[in-house]
Structure formats: C-alpha cells, structure tokens
Design a protein around this ligand. Structure first.
Ligand code: SAH
Length: 510
C-alpha cells in the first residue's frame, strides 16, 4: 500500500509488512482471524474489532516481546502508527541525555506508547488517564510486562491535562510529552458525518473506542489548545510538547495559536501507514533544541529527484509478450499497450533512442488533460452500475464492478496488497479517497542519461516527460516516468495512475 513507503524510515514495518500467514501459523489466537483471499493470500478483515485487536496483540508479542490485554470496547491501537510517533519523538529528542523522560497524556487501556518507548529505548514515562477501565488495564499491562520501574500510570481528573499531573513533581524536567487526543467533538463527527468529503467511501476498518477516548468537548482542536495553554505555564518544564492530530485541518489553527503566543520553536510532521494518514505538531520553549525538518519537504525533494514508477507483474507481462508481434522483449508488449493508450488519450508520444538496449523510451507531451475525464467518467459509470437493482441471476457477472469498499479484507503482502496500516481507530480522517486511485506511485532512483528534445514543437502543453519501460528481473517490467517540464507534477502523477490502471486492467482481462 502506497502510504507505507512514507512511513518513518526507522519503522520496522516500512518495507516489511507483517507476514500474516507466518503469524497465523505461530499464534493460534491470531489464526482465527486470518482468512485466505481469492488470490490465495492471508488476509485480515480490519472491520472486525476482534481481528484488529488480535493483530495488535500478536505484533506486540512477536516484535517487541510485549504481552498486553485490551478490552474491545476501548480504543485498539495499531502498531505501525504508534511506532511512527515514537520514532518522531526520538528525532525530536535526538542528542539529549539518555534515558529520556516523557509524559503520555491519555495512555489508553493498552498503554502502548509507554510500553513501546520503555521497551525500545528504556524511556521513563508518566502515563495519565481519566477513564477507570483504561487506567486499570494500563496499570495491569505495565505490571505484567515488568515495566513498573520505567512506567508510572496515574489517574487524573477530566479537566486536567499537564498541570495537575506535574503538580507534585516540581523539579523534574521532562524531555517530551506526547498525546493521541480524543479526536471527535460529537457522535456525528465520530461517525464521519462531518468528514471533509461527504462522498468518501466508508472507512476500511472499524472505529473502536469508548466515549472519553474518541470524544472530547470541542474535539481534538480544543483538547490540544488546552495542552498549549498548560504549556504556556509550564514552559521549560518540558523540552518538547507534542500531539498527534486526526485531521489535517487542525494544524493551521493550532500553529496560529502557537504563533500568537510567541512559542519560539514549532514543527510538524505526518505519519503515513496503510491507507491512513495522521499529523502531529510539536513545540518547545527552548531556543537550543534541534528541530527536525517536516517530512513533507523531504518528500517534495524526493519527488523532484525520483521518477514515478510502477511494476507490471510477471503473469501479465507473459500475456502481453505473446501478443507483441515481433517484439524483442517483454517491455515491447507493455510499450505497445502504453502507446495505444496514449494515442487514445491524445497525449503526444514518440519513441526515442535509449542507451540501454533493453529499455524502450517514449517522450510524452501532454497538451490536454484527457485522463482525468476518463477516470471520472468511469467512476460515474461504476456508480450507476452499483446503484442499479441487481438481477437475481447475475448473468453479466463479468461486467459487474467489484463491490465498493465495504467489508474489505486487507492483504498482507504482494503487489495488490492493502497493507495492515492503521486503518482503524480514527476512521473519520482515513485517507481512503486518496488511497483509492491517487496513491503516490512507487519511486525508484532515476536512471542517468537521456533527456531528448521534444519531438513536437508544441507551444502550449501541460507537461512533458520521459517514459521508460524496462525489464526488471524475470518477466517483471517497470514503467518509469521522469519529469521534464510543465505546469504541475500532479498531472504526471494522474497520468501515471491512469496508465497503471489501464495496463493492469488489460493484463487481468487477458
Ligand atoms: N494513547 C492511547 C489512547 C488514545 S485515546 C493510544 O494511542 O492508543 C485518548 C485517551 O485519552 C483515552 O484513553 C481517554 O480516556 C484519555 N483521556 C481523555 N481525556 C483525558 C484527560 N483530560 N487526561 C488524560 N487522559 C484523557
């Protein structure tokens, strides 16, 4: 799944999603929640809270040696997202003394941040919680993992965030606080009714969590504002204050608040995993802290260097190869199909010589955005088909669109796998729509070399790019698109997705 590529570089699941089949063979409790997809892959249904819980407990056990218990009626954390946050806190506090001392505001029943931070880095934690059930479970989870020397769980009143928790300890300077706040202002928001796009498909995974866990008066915005106000009094008692956000739109007002209050150091990041994105904000009253640069900038830089690319799998390439008349390699069949698609789209294209004899290169000049219309048209057709009453005997089964997003299983591995990200708990902010067809394509290092002149002296164009089709190992073919010039790289991204979808569709038809 696309977003996993943007996971924190140290996240152990970044290039290695959990192997569901292996975990199922080792853990019978997990095995009960693993099914086999039509393609023969081990899959987990993220709409089932029991399955999400089983996966979380299994990953904590297998990868961190942690044994935890969590009730189904409380928030079930997903491990890759929590790890992304832990790694960011490592970045924020990099260069500080060891071990570090932190506060987890609202630790939840799992007590996941303190357990991970203590196990991975030997960090000390003060973990706060308002909810009785969460407090009891968190305390037990710390004890049964023998981490009571590092983690102290305290019950706090609802109105308290940092002030009361620190009342008794007037001396200690904490290195950081972290918080995964209750995200929603009310029940409707929790159900996604206020989601920024009402046409979004339903979330791909279940939204677990009790009332105090997922709802706070005023939602996450007010909750974090309260932390900001506490921080204005506590100032240098903590080196870094940080908070995760379920909605990107919370960033701007919170940064504005910090600016108004004259907070000297502010930074932000995004956590990408599975099909879900989260954001986080951190601020400090210390002038000397090193501020890690936001990843969005890093990603933009990467985008300028790297081509977009996608892979056509072995099976499909074989079919195309059979079709390609007189072709010299598997890339020829793919190139021929791409050329036909580009002609249909009225994107100007011309084969250009390439230094690598195995590679086919096309120089593209896009004058008009024809691909987005096609996509919208197809979506509209699909929607209409979906809304048609179904005949009792589905004679036209082959032309039926696949069911929408409901009840989707998530596969563990492979090209088409939807990875076991953090779909669940903050469903309202899930990046489903983005994931559907606009996922950021995989990036590979650019090939040195050719940048041919435009074959057509087009005056008005949207963008120009070089498309390379090159065989990888076995019969796998990679399609790369290198940006040359134009208005907006998103357009090339869109065309890349269009070509990928068309190619993979025609391959699956053969
Ligand atoms: N940190 C956990 C749980 C996050 S849910 C995780 O990431 O999975 C938010 C938690 O904050 C809930 O457990 C809720 O009970 C708790 N909470 C809500 N208001 C709080 C407050 N004022 N102080 C401390 N915890 C609070």
């Amino acid at each position: 799944m696309a977003l996993n590529r943007s996971m924190h570089p140290r996240n152990r699941y970044k290039d290695k999603p959990p192997d569901f089949a292996y975990l199922a063979s080792k853990y019978p409790d997990f095995q009960r929640h693993v099914h086999t997809s039509l393609a023969g892959r081990a899959v987990v249904n993220f709409k089932e809270p029991e399955a999400v819980r089983a996966l979380t407990c299994t990953l904590l056990r297998e990868d961190f040696g942690l044994t935890i218990e969590i009730p189904l009626e409380r928030l079930i954390p997903t491990v890759p997202l929590r790890l992304n946050y832990i790694h960011w806190v490592e970045d924020l506090t990099d260069g500080q003394k060891q071990p570090r001392r932190g506060i987890d505001i609202g630790t939840g029943a799992s007590c996941i941040y303190p357990l991970l931070g203590a196990t991975m880095n030997g960090w000390y934690f003060l973990a706060t919680e308002v909810d009785d059930i969460c407090f009891d479970y968190a305390t037990k989870n710390v004890e049964q993992n023998k981490l009571s020397d590092l983690v102290k769980v305290v019950k706090v009143p609802q109105k308290t965030l940092l002030m009361d928790a620190l009342k008794e300890e007037t001396e200690i300077v904490y290195d950081f606080c972290m918080c995964n706040p209750p995200f929603f202002a009310n029940q409707l928001e929790a159900k996604g009714v206020n989601s920024r796009n009402s046409r979004r498909p339903p979330p791909s995974s279940v939204n677990t969590g009790g009332v105090t866990e997922i709802m706070a008066e005023g939602g996450e915005l007010e909750f974090v504002k309260r932390i900001i106000h506490d921080s204005l009094q506590l100032k240098k008692r903590l080196r870094w204050y940080s908070c995760m956000l379920g909605k990107k739109c919370s960033l701007t007002p919170l940064k504005e608040e910090l600016r108004k209050q004259g907070v000297p150091k502010v930074t932000q990041t995004e956590f990408c995993q599975g099909r879900t994105m989260r954001w986080a904000l951190a601020w400090s009253f210390y002038e000397d802290v090193a501020v890690p640069s936001p990843p969005s900038k890093k990603r933009k830089l990467e985008k300028t260097r790297k081509p977009l690319s996608f892979t056509v799998p072995e099976a499909g390439v074989k079919e195309l190869l059979d079709k390609a008349a007189g072709g010299s390699g598997p890339q020829d069949g793919v190139a021929a199909l791409l050329e036909k698609t580009l002609t249909d789209l009225k994107v100007l294209h011309k084969r250009v010589p390439s230094r690598n004899p195995e590679q086919t290169s096309l120089f593209l000049t896009a004058v008009e955005n024809t691909w987005i219309h096609g996509r919208q048209k197809r979506r509209e057709q699909t929607r209409q088909l979906r809304e048609l009453p179904r005949a009792p005997h589905c004679a036209a089964a082959t032309s039926s669109p696949p069911p929408a997003t409901k009840g989707r299983n998530t596969e563990a591995k492979g090209a088409s796998a939807k990875e076991p990200g953090d779909g669940g708990e903050r469903a309202e902010a899930s990046e489903e729509a983005a994931g559907e067809d606009m996922e950021a394509p995989a990036c590979t290092e650019p090939q040195q070399g050719e940048e041919p002149p435009s074959p057509t002296p087009t005056q008005h164009f949207l963008f120009k790019c070089l498309l390379n089709v090159l065989p990888e190992e076995a019969d796998v073919v990679v399609v790369e698109m290198h940006w040359v010039e134009g208005q907006n790289k998103d357009l090339m991204n869109q065309l890349c997705m269009y070509l990928k979808n068309t190619l993979l569709k025609s391959v699956s038809k053969t």
